[in-house]
Ligand binder design. Structure first.
Ligand code: L3W
Ligand code: SF4
Length: 437
C-alpha cells in the first residue's frame, strides 16, 4: 500500500474530516499513516482497560450518530438491541454495498482510510461481543476491494485483528466479502442472505438482524461511514461529535455531490451546513447555468426544486422540513437544461432493473411504471398516464417486503408533484419542453 499511488483531493477547505481524516497525508490508506494519526489507540485503550459495553454505547448515544446508509437509525440505540448475554457466536456486518445512482462515499472510505473502518468495527465487536465480522463490498468496485484486503492483512499482521488481542481474551476475525453488484444486496437482510451464499433477497422484518442475522445468529449491521466514525467518537467523546452537528444530527457527514457542478466529489462537512455552502464547495452549477433541482440523498429521496432546497440545511431535520430527506447524502444536482421526464425514465429503469422480484407490487409495478414513462418519452403518452403513475406508485409504496418498493415510488411521485407542467407538455407535444427533442 505504501507504494500504491493514490489520487487525493488537495482542496479540503471548509471540510471537517472525521471519516476521511487521513486524506491530508501522502499515503492515506497505509497502516503507518493511520497509526501516526493516533489510529488503533482507542481500540487498544478500550480493550486493555476493559471498558464496559454500556459505557461505550452511552458515548455512541450521546454522539447523536445516526446510520449513514440511508435510514438514519440512531447507532447507539441499534447497538443496545444486540443481546448482551448469548451463548453462541454473534456477528458484525458492515454494509459497503453502495449501489444507488449517485452514491460513492463508502468506496472512498475503504480506498483512503480503511484502517479507521477496521478499528471502528473492532471496537463495535468488542462492545457487542461479536467474534466474527464481515465487510460486504459492492461487487462492481475491484480496486477498493483489493485495498481493503491489503489493509486487513496489515491489521492482522500488526495484531489488531485475530486471537487474544493485546494479550486479553478478546478475539475478533474480520473478512471482506466481495458482493455481486446487485443494488438489492445493500438491503441488510438481502446482504445477510448473500453472505450465507444464497441469492440476495430481503427477508421479512421482524425478526431484525439484532436477533436473527447471519446464520440465524444475533448480528449488528451498520454502514461503512457509521463504523468509521466510532474511533473519532471514542477519542474525542460523544458530546464533541454531537457538537460538530446540530440537534438530532450529530457529527460531520460525507456528501457525494454529482451532476451539474464544477467539482463533483465527496465533501465531509458538518451536519447543518447550508446547502448553498456545499454547492459552493462543489464549485457551483457548471457552465454558469442555473440550478433547477436537487435529489439530496439518492434517488430514493424526493427531488426538490431549486426554490425548496436553496435555503435548506444539510441535516436530517433541515431536509425533512424542506420536503425531502438526507438518505445516504448522495446529492444529485440538476441544471436548467435537464429534462425531468427523461431523468425520471432513467431512474425508474434503475429500480425496475434492480427489483428482486419477490413482491408482486414491486416486481410488476416498477416495470409498469417504467413502461408508461418510456411511452411518454416516445411521444405516445396520454394525459391520464400521470394519474395512473401516481396511483401505481401509491400502490407499490408500503406494500412490499423491503424499502425498494417505497424507493421506486418516491421519484415518480415527487417528480410529478414538482414538475407536472413538464410532463403535461411532453404528453401534449410529444417532445421535451426543455430540450425540444
Ligand atoms: C431492531 C427494531 N432493529 C429498526 C434497524 C434495522 C436497520 C435500521 C434501519 O433501509 C434506507 C431505505 C433506502 N429492532 C428495529 C431495528 N431496526 N427497527 O434499524 O431500519 P430501516 O428499515 O428504517 O432501514 P433500512 O432497511 O436499513 C435503508 C434508504 O435507506 N436509502 C438508501 C440509500 C442507498 C444506499 C446505497 O446504495 N448503499 O445506501 C436512501 O435514502 O431507501 O429506506 O438496520 O434492522 N425494532
Ligand atoms: Fe424484492 Fe422489491 Fe420486494 Fe424488495 S420490495 S423484496 S426488491 S420485490
Amino acid at each position: 500500500l505504501a507504494n500504491k499511488k493514490t489520487v487525493i483531493k488537495t482542496d479540503l477547505a471548509g471540510q471537517t474530516l472525521v471519516t476521511l481524516r487521513t486524506l491530508t497525508e501522502e499515503n492515506p490508506a497505509a497502516l503507518a499513516t493511520y497509526e501516526k494519526l493516533g489510529g488503533y489507540a482507542q481500540l487498544k485503550r478500550l480493550v486493555t482497560e476493559q471498558v464496559k459495553a454500556p459505557e461505550i454505547i452511552s458515548q455512541v448515544k450521546v454522539s447523536n450518530l445516526r446510520g449513514r446508509g440511508g435510514a438514519g437509525f440512531p447507532t447507539g440505540l441499534k447497538w443496545s438491541f444486540m443481546p448482551r448475554y448469548y451463548d453462541g457466536t454473534k456477528y458484525l456486518v458492515c454494509n459497503t454495498d453502495e449501489g444507488e445512482p449517485g452514491t460513492f462515499k463508502d468506496r472512498d472510505i475503504i480506498r483512503y482510510n480503511p484502517h479507521q473502518l477496521i478499528e471502528g468495527m473492532a471496537i463495535a465487536a468488542y462492545t457487542l461481543g461479536a467474534r466474527v465480522g464481515y465487510n460486504y463490498i459492492h461487487g462492481e468496485i475491484w480496486q477498493d476491494y483489493e485495498i481493503f484486503e491489503t489493509a486487513l492483512a496489515e491489521a492482522r499482521e500488526a495484531g489488531y485483528l485475530g486471537e487474544n488481542l493485546f494479550g486479553t481474551n478478546f478475539s475478533f476475525d474480520l473478512y471482506a466479502v466481495h458482493g455481486y453488484g446487485a443494488y438489492i444486496c445493500g438491503e441488510e437482510t438481502a446482504l445477510i442472505e448473500s453472505i450465507e451464499g444464497k441469492k440476495g433477497q430481503p427477508r421479512f422484518k421482524p425478526p431484525f438482524p439484532a436477533s436473527y442475522g447471519v446464520f440465524g445468529k444475533p448480528t449488528n449491521v451498520n454502514n461503512t461511514e457509521s463504523y468509521t466514525s466510532i474511533p473519532w467518537i471514542m477519542e474525542h467523546g460523544g458530546q464533541a461529535f454531537a457538537d460538530l452537528g446540530v440537534p438530532n444530527s450529530g457529527g460531520s457527514k460525507l456528501f457525494s455531490v454529482s451532476g451539474h457542478v464544477e467539482k463533483p466529489g465527496n465533501y465531509e462537512i458538518r451536519m447543518g451546513t447550508p446547502f448553498k455552502d456545499l454547492l459552493a464547495m462543489a464549485g457551483g452549477i457548471w457552465k454558469g447555468r442555473q440550478l433547477k433541482a436537487v435529489i439530496p440523498g439518492g434517488p430514493s429521496t424526493a427531488v426538490m426544486p431549486a426554490s425548496a432546497i436553496e435555503n435548506a440545511t444539510m441535516d436530517y431535520d433541515g431536509l425533512s422540513k424542506a420536503g425531502s430527506s438526507l438518505g445516504a447524502g448522495s446529492m444529485i444536482v440538476m441544471d436548467d437544461t435537464t429534462c425531468m421526464v427523461k431523468t425520471l425514465k432513467r431512474l425508474s429503469y434503475f429500480f425496475y432493473e434492480e427489483s428482486c422480484g419477490q413482491c408482486t407490487p414491486c416486481r410488476e409495478g416498477t416495470g409498469w411504471v417504467y413502461r408508461i414513462i418510456e411511452r411518454i418519452v416516445n411521444g405516445k403518452g396520454k394525459m391520464e398516464d400521470l394519474d395512473l403513475l401516481t396511483d401505481l406508485s401509491n400502490n407499490i409504496s408500503g406494500r412490499t417486503i423491503c424499502a425498494l418498493g417505497d424507493a421506486a415510488a418516491t421519484p415518480v411521485l415527487s417528480f410529478i408533484k414538482h414538475f407536472r407542467p413538464e410532463f403535461e407538455y411532453y404528453i401534449q407535444h410529444g417532445k421535451s419542453m426543455v430540450d425540444g427533442k
